[in-house]
Design a binder for this molecule. Structure first.
Ligand code: GZL
Length: 334
């Protein structure tokens, strides 16, 4: 009797160990990470790249917050390539990290690798940008801004300042748009929010729109081509500060005054953008906070402790005009 009991007991222990070791139970439930036993949490983070001031600030926030939270961070910079992000996620799965977080460079093409993470019982947290997967069981939550609202806020400024924005007084307000990375959620959604909002005033028209890939160089090159087209430009909507700052170089090189001859609205509110706003070279900035690190670490701990988390965690953000930017600059963290 005793022998049978001992064998049965060791079998239960063994199978429990096996489940823990392979990281998941039959339905791919979350890996019983060693963090559950109070061990150090290991997070694998696959970052988009280093394309903008926003991204640099976002990376710093994640790295600093992991340190403050006592979370071991494995970090990769995908240099803007989806295949590099997928490869990084696969390597985190092989390393059996406790949790994976990433900012999807584009919305599509994630189901396969997210299903691999699910099968391995490793929870995934989306930060900053969203994916278009219909299966929301593939990630625990999406922590980031509402980019449609950001586009709406930018469009609303143009509607509210139409008279001032009609820089040649011809009654038509010609807008050129610098789009973010093609296929990226912020590019798609900011463009949608902006277009919907300016419909309120038929005199406002987007006469040209092209991707500058969220970079200064991209913004400068595309703005140069817009200026060479010869059409009068009243307003530039740049979907991030960095493209707006590149465009300012092109506008000044063309002998025009940014913020006066061409009104400029951007999104992010990183330091250099806020400085340009304070200097009157940008007219309005919609904030998009990169400081997602603290919330990310907090939600990772909750997920690994088996706590329920909200499927959508929205970041707080505001807008700035010239006066507000001047006042805010001294205290900005990024
Ligand atoms: C927005 C973020 C965007 C920023 C850009 O959350 O994904 O990517 O607006 C950055 O500056 O490159």
């Amino acid at each position: 009797m005793l022998k049978k009991t001992l064998i049965a007991a060791s079998a239960i222990t063994l199978s429990a160990f096996a489940l823990t070791a392979c990281g998941s139970d039959s339905d791919g439930g979350d890996k019983a990470s060693d963090s559950g036993g109070g061990g150090t949490i290991t997070m694998g983070f696959a970052q988009v790249g280093a394309e903008s001031g926003w991204r640099t600030a976002n990376t710093k926030s994640i790295q600093d917050s992991a340190k403050d939270a006592g979370i071991e961070l494995k970090f990769t910079d995908a240099q803007g390539k989806q295949e590099n992000q997928i490869q990084a996620i696969r390597s985190y799965i092989q390393q059996k990290v406790d949790v994976i977080a990433f900012s999807p460079v584009v919305e599509t093409g994630w189901d396969a690798v997210l299903n691999e993470a699910k099968a391995a019982g490793i929870p995934v947290i989306l930060t900053d940008r969203a994916v278009d997967s219909k299966d929301t069981s593939l990630y625990k939550t999406f922590l980031g801004s509402d980019f449609v609202v950001e586009g709406q806020k930018a469009g609303q400024w143009v509607v509210d300042n139409a008279a001032d924005a009609d820089t040649d007084g011809d009654g038509a307000i010609n807008v050129v748009q610098l789009e973010g990375t093609t296929g990226a959620a912020p590019a798609i959604d900011r463009g949608e929010g902006f277009a919907d909002t300016i419909k309120a005033d038929p005199s406002i028209k987007v006469v040209a729109s092209q991707t500058g890939d969220f970079t200064r160089d991209g913004g400068k090159q595309v703005m140069e081509s817009f200026l060479q087209s010869g059409d009068h430009i009243d307003v530039l909507f740049a979907q991030n500060d960095d493209m707006g700052l590149g465009a300012i170089e092109a506008i000044e090189a063309a002998g025009l005054k940014p913020g006066k001859d061409i009104k400029i609205v951007t999104v992010d509110a990183v330091h250099d953008g806020m400085q340009a706003l304070s200097d009157g070279k940008i007219n309005f900035i919609v904030e998009c906070s990169p400081l997602l690190g603290p919330q990310l670490m907090d939600v990772a701990k909750k997920v690994l402790d088996g706590e329920e988390v909200e499927p959508r965690i929205l970041t707080e953000e505001t807008t700035f005009d010239q006066e507000q930017a001047t006042a805010a600059l001294p205290d900005r963290q990024y």
